[in-house]
Design a protein around this ligand. Structure first.
Ligand code: CA2
Length: 140
């Protein structure tokens, strides 16, 4: 059975609580539950991790080595400037898909740049919670 890790970075624990116009009205736990169910339908196992701390995200990436077939990662604002997270993704031999709920390209200039895209197998952005589901379907 394929094992997929779904990771979320800083502030994504606030989903559903504030800014529903940009990020939708669903909480992170309800999105995770949808992902879990969809994965189960497709015969895949899922684990979930959210942190507001760069080092914890890096530690989780390292710990994923040899344990997962794929990682779906919304690195939040770290996407745009964390070379440490980029290096961690490049170092592990697990394929990572970068996801974003919002269409980062229609937003502020600083969100147009991703330092992690070059070390990810793909990017899904702007489809709301369906961004995670599309990434899951790729791994299925
Ligand atoms: O669109 C995305 O998924 C982002 O990764 C979300 C990040 C943002 O920095 C990226 O540029 C794009 C921010 C997540 C903040 O989430 C909040 C949720 C509710 C209320 C406030 C923030």
């Amino acid at each position: 059975m394929k094992k997929i890790l779904i990771m979320n970075g800083p502030n994504l624990n606030l989903l559903g609580v504030r800014e529903p116009g940009i990020y939708g009205g669903d909480s992170l736990s309800s999105i995770n539950e949808e992902i879990r169910k969809k994965a189960e339908e497709k015969g895949m196992e899922t684990d979930f991790f959210q942190s507001n701390h760069e080092g914890e995200l890096i530690d989780r990436l390292h710990a994923a080595m040899g344990k997962y077939d794929g990682i779906i990662f919304n690195a939040g604002a770290y996407t745009h400037y964390s070379y440490a997270i980029r290096d961690a993704i490049a170092a592990i031999k697990v394929p990572v898909i970068e996801v974003h709920i919002s269409n980062v390209h229609t937003r502020e200039e600083f969100r147009h740049k991703s330092v992690i895209s070059p070390v990810c197998v793909g990017v899904v952005a702007g489809l709301g919670k369906k961004s995670y589901i599309c990434a899951l379907e790729y791994f299925a």
